[in-house]
Design a protein around this ligand. Sequence first.
Ligand SMILES: Cc1ncc(COP(=O)(O)O)c(C=O)c1O
Length: 505
Amino acid sequence: MQLNKPSSFKELSSNNYLFNEESAKLYGEYIDKTLNYIQQFLSQRKFYKGDNIDEIKKNKIKARLQHISQTHSIDNVLEELNELYIKNAVSFHNPNYVAHLNCPITLPSIVAELLATSINTAIETWDQSNVATFIEQEVIKWICSEYNFNESADGVFTSGGTQSNFMGLLLARDHYAYKNLGINIKQNGWSDDVSKFRIFCSEKSHFSIKKNAGLLGLGFDAVIPVKVDNTMRMDLFELALEIEKVKKEGNIPIAVVATLGTTDYGSFDPLEEITTLAKQNGMWLHVDGAYGGCFVLTETHNHYFKAIEKADSVTVDFHKTLFQPVSCSAFLVKDKQHLQYVSYYADYLNPLESKDEERPDLIEKSMQTTRRFDALKVWLTLKTLGTKTIASYLESVHFIIKNVYENVKLNNAFEIAHVPALSTLVFRYKHKDVLDDIVHNEINLHIKNTLYKSGKASVASTKLNGVTYLKFTLLNPKNTVENLLNIVKMIEKEGVAYESQLKTA
Ligand SMILES: Cc1ncc(COP(=O)(O)O)c(C=O)c1O
């Protein structure tokens, strides 16, 4: 029987938008055109052009996908995108952006992204990724060696700290259940005993610990927040008390999460002592080094990592402190056998009988199936910049924030919440004649929002004991003490102006 070609075949033969050898020239043209816009973005002077609600509403409408049954020239669409997205995008490399954990990114990492995206390697099975597998394994081996793990250690790239922490808690849960209760959660689901599992972390740990406990079916209440000392580090005495309390209640302590670099204060929990306590109680030790993990490369912070080789699992985010594009994180384990808790063998992909040590399938270690080749950008960054350059970036941001702290400390208009441990500074505008914290909260939120909307500066806010504070998060080594003190001046000016507005109201 003769099959008639569908009419869409005519359309297919008249264009070539797909990436292949025939479109190589067009690919180059697209890249050149895009480069133009990116260079314009880099020359933008403000971190953000500023906003108003009418424009935001218009942009929502402009973002609508209309007329998409037809083709449009890339020139027109790029121009449209320039107005809609590029000109409005927040630039994390701008020195007046000091809000969240977004870093400026290395040039080699962008080259690697272009390669990985264009070639589109999927890290799943050997037949899809071949040598890319070795590149990922080498990067994992490198970070494991920075943590003094031995040959038994292993790890995998993930989408971010939240996913890495999820894997840490999942392994802690399944390992405890299997080893101590003979329950195979992966195979059989769980029994009532699992609802008694408890996880300890500092009250300043990242919210993903609690969120993940919820997602893992343990519930938010399975996470026991442990009080911190006056340097925002987990208090060991309190940890010991909480563990005993949980046992007395008939519940089961299964894991401790030690944070190396808390999100707000950059504080490092006392790892060596926590390790001892965790081991004495037969608990899994997970280290959340999403923020602080790369500071192992520095002389200033390396000592905080003592005993990390005894941790059962570690989270480290390269898209925070290794200057990599989003997303780029790793999850490491001391004992590679423990990764079996996420393994699955699918007939069509990685059948158990085809397992081949020389041609590994990294899918065995991963929650994800199709996975980006994020390791390439770390590999290329390490090969070109070397670890000393990265260490110098990290030591610079710490040095700058400490200097800013010393200056702000002398200014009566501010109250500082902590001595900076890493590269954040939490402080608030506080007038000595105003006693009401509700008023201070309003002033500080006003300052943050006004600076953001004007495009002058982006600072974050957080809460300490229910009170609103402002936060600098510094990840840009090219920033300067002078520039940050200039932002402090803007904050003070906005604070004074709003305060007098409140008085006259
Ligand atoms: C200490 C810590 N852990 C985990 C995370 C979550 O990381 P991600 O945003 O990459 O999921 C963060 C994010 O700020 C963090 O600061």
